[in-house]
Design a binder for this molecule. Structure first.
Ligand code: PMP
Length: 387
């Protein structure tokens, strides 16, 4: 029997064989012509994947938290004001990072876990003060709540705040049109829908964000994340010139270039549609098995992950049984409800058969822990949506 299990957590995800081959190539010099070409191409492709033709991409070694840190460090100065639209764990993190740079942070919080703040509340906050930056977590990975980035972004623009989107659990999966939606900066990490092993922090900054950076009075308070250093490096690679600041993670960037090529080959619209379709199929299976979900309503639910509550009488022990059946899922993350729910990631190269396997393994796990349900009900509902 194969020992390989299907990894269905909200990152790291399953990567394509082509991406993994790039990870295994003999590492080249960071100024080797084939590496410079791949890095330059990856930067060009990022504009297409983020749908931000006028954006400036930054790719550095690090995780998604570094991308958040980079956004904050370069855009705010001590004494600036920021508004954090907080839908969970990663909203808290953005507030903490902004605070670390001396920003005065105001948060608009959802009334309850699984909800998102009303647009009117966000607008009231924007009216009440002048914020330099407004942050939104597109998909909060702790709750599977998907924020209405388009509407929130429009509000931020209307009131003159730079709109910053944490797209770690959304970019290249959940629909996001950075330029069209007026998002001044979007960021992500490699290990999620972008389909590359962990280790890259990625940011695309639009013209208003770059202008804000250029007009800074105080130096950037983070040495490693400073765009003063990184901008010339990114420009050099795009112009296919050798350069150096911090050694780039060569194999990860090769892998990024391969994955971006695969993403663009599928096409962004088709990719957003596939994520929605597979998400709907999985969620139908979950509901048919009698499980409710953390997001308060279907319109607030992400398409890159699903967060079901355990049914009555079931707890985290079921995850072990599901793993025995060959599928690895994640436990809860949000401190208020951590023990009551679990999370299923379905992004990147995920296929209909991955979804069926997952629902099948969940049924197996539930049966093992003695939960009463009609065998096959989840699979039937999933099949119905898959068509
Ligand atoms: N923001 C969101 C929405 C995330 O899901 C995560 C990671 N799960 C992060 C930020 C932080 O990314 P990393 O773990 O790569 O630092």
């Amino acid at each position: 029997m194969k020992s390989r299990k299907l990894l269905m957590i909200p990152g790291p995800i399953e990567f394509t064989p082509e991406v993994m081959r790039a990870m295994g190539m003999p590492t080249a010099s960071h100024v080797a012509p084939n590496f410079i070409e791949a890095f330059g191409l990856a930067l060009e492709r990022l504009r297409e994947v983020f749908l931000c033709p006028d954006g400036q991409p930054f790719v550095v070694a690090g995780s998604g938290s570094l991308a958040m840190d980079m956004a904050a460090a370069n855009l705010v100065e001590p004494g600036d004001k920021a508004l954090v639209v907080n839908t969970g764990y990663f909203g808290d993190r953005f507030a903490a990072i902004l605070g670390r740079y001396g920003t005065e942070v105001t948060e608009v919080r959802a009334a309850a876990v699984g909800d998102e703040p009303e647009l009117a509340e966000v607008e009231a906050a924007l009216k009440a003060d002048q914020f330099k930056v407004m942050t939104i977590t597109h998909v909060d990975t702790s709750t599977a709540v998907g924020a209405d980035v388009q509407a929130l972004g429009a509000l931020g623009q209307q009131y003159g705040a730079l709109v910053v989107v944490d797209g770690v659990c959304s970019v290249a999966g959940e629909e996001m049109r950075q330029q069209e939606w007026g998002i001044d900066l979007a960021l992500t990490a490699s290990q999620k829908a972008l389909g590359v092993p962990p280790g890259l922090a990625l940011v695309v900054a639009g013209p208003r964000a770059m202008d804000t950076f250029r007009q800074r009075k105080a130096p950037v308070l983070n040495y490693y994340a400073d765009w003063t250093q990184w901008l010339p490096i990114m420009e050099a690679y795009e112009e296919r010139r050798p350069s150096y600041y911090g050694t780039p993670p060569v194999n990860l960037i090769w892998a990024l270039n391969v994955s971006l090529g695969q993403i663009l080959e599928e096409g962004m619209d088709a990719r957003f549609r596939r994520h929605r379709w597979l998400s709907d199929a999985l969620k139908a299976g979950i509901e048919a098995l009698g499980m409710s979900q953390v997001p308060a309503s279907p319109s607030k639910t992400a398409t890159t992950l699903t967060a079901p509550y355990y049914p009555a009488g079931v707890d985290a022990a079921v995850l072990k049984e599901i793993s025995q059946a060959g599928v690895i899922l994640a436990g809860g993350l949000h401190p208020e409800i951590k023990a009551r729910y679990f999370r299923i990631g379905h992004m990147g190269a995920v296929t209909p058969s991955d979804i069926l396997t997952t629902v099948g393994a969940i049924e197996h796990g539930l049966a093992q822990v003695g939960y009463g349900f009609e065998f096959g009900a989840g699979l039937a509902a999933t099949q119905e949506v898959l068509g």
